[in-house]
Design a protein around this ligand. Structure first.
Ligand code: AN7
Length: 354
């Protein structure tokens, strides 16, 4: 019998690269080990070998689980009594699940009306204490920062340094799967910790001689929410990609380090281009991601148009969250066909039209 079930989460898998003590209780939902899926249609389109790192395959459906296993593990051993985060949705979903495993109550601050339905459902189902605020993510994070003096409260946003340590594991997995580092890595940028976390992971492998290079880090924002492109914070960020609707990224300087040390870039795409990429990866390559995640694909398509893709090079796009997170955007402009009698004729007439 094949033993297909030996993966017990990224802390155990990369234990020698994680800040974990022997005997420390690991809070895990067996996150990580997500598929690195070739995208044949998009590869053909841009003339390179393009892979998606499908982070929607994590237990709560986004990459946030990687940071949360590490941060909640530490919060538990440090004896934190309450865990808190501000969130555009995915961080709150992940915290809600991991806090439940750790048996620590959690509070999530979410921007009123700007969180995708699936993410809200997760926070509710895991029993998070939800506070909707009349404000955006940036205002929520400002509030959370003010609590950092209180020792019993664990701050679970990515200003918590353990988050990046967990999240860097995605870069390890990519190099382990490819047997090398990719040439370029496209990634959505919101609060800007993930682009930095990948860079830390790639650098760690290169410095230890496991790989011989690191990719250019190509961050992608939504143009209504693009502080990296403007060079200053955006007061009222707006985009259909609510996951990355963030105007004052906490990891601003760190993301600049990742961009500049790697010789990469952080650019912005319109909502229209993001939605185009969102539909393309789902309908042509069979991978359903949330709108914010499709920013990486939109960035790749734009880079191709600008002749920035070397033929046959290896490219990874992180698609950060599952498409089911945001059913409203997915179904906004579809027409559900009218009901018909359940007859063979009806089915045959449809098949004949294909
Ligand atoms: C799907 O959940 O900030 O640049 O509060 O959910 O590391 O912030 C989410 C961010 C990309 C951006 N894709 O990552 C939150 C939150 C998805 C996301 C990002 C987020 P960072």
């Amino acid at each position: 019998m094949n033993n297909l079930n030996t993966w017990t989460g990224l802390i155990n898998a990369y234990r020698d690269r994680m800040p974990i003590d022997q005997g420390e209780e690991v809070i895990t939902l067996h996150e990580g080990n997500t598929p690195l899926v070739p995208l044949p249609y998009i590869s053909d389109l841009v003339g390179a070998n393009v892979y998606a790192k499908v982070e929607g395959a994590n237990p709560t459906g986004s990459f946030k689980d990687r940071g949360m296993t590490m941060a909640v593990t530490k919060a538990k051993s440090q004896g934190k009594k309450v865990l808190i985060c501000a969130s555009t949705g995915n961080t709150s979903a992940a915290l809600a699940a991991y806090a439940t495993r750790a048996q620590i109550p959690c509070v999530v601050l979410i921007p009123k009306g700007k969180i995708a339905l699936g993410k809200l459902a997760q926070a509710v189902m895991h029993g998070a204490h939800i506070m909707q605020i009349n404000g955006n993510f940036d205002e929520g994070l400002r509030l959370v920062r003010e609590l950092s003096e209180i020792d019993s409260v664990g701050i679970m946003n990515s200003i918590n340094p353990f988050r990046v340590q967990g999240q860097k594991s995605a870069a390890f997995e990519i190099c382990d799967a490819l047997g090398k580092a990719p040439d370029q890595h496209f990634i959505p940028v919101g609060n800007a910790a993930n682009i930095y976390a990948y860079w830390v992971g790639y650098q760690e492998y290169e410095q230890d001689g496991i790989t011989s290079s690191s990719p250019k880090m190509r961050g992608v924002q939504a143009d209504g929410s693009a502080p990296f492109v403007y060079g200053f914070p955006v007061e009222n960020p707006e985009t259909i990609a609510t996951a990355i609707r963030i105007g004052a990224p906490a990891s601003y300087e760190k993301a600049l380090t990742a961009r500049d040390e790697s010789g990469g870039s952080i650019t912005a795409q319109t909502d229209e281009k993001i939605l185009h990429a969102y539909k393309m990866i789902a309908s042509k390559d069979g991978v359903f991601v949330e709108p914010g995640s499709a920013a990486s694909i939109a960035g790749l398509l734009a880079a191709h148009e600008n002749n920035e893709i070397v033929k046959d090079s290896t490219i990874v796009c992180t698609v950060t969250g599952h498409g089911l997170k945001d059913p409203d955007t997915a179904t906004a402009d579809i027409q559900i066909p009218a009901a018909v009698d359940p007859s063979l004729e009806s089915v045959m007439s449809l098949i004949d039209r294909l």
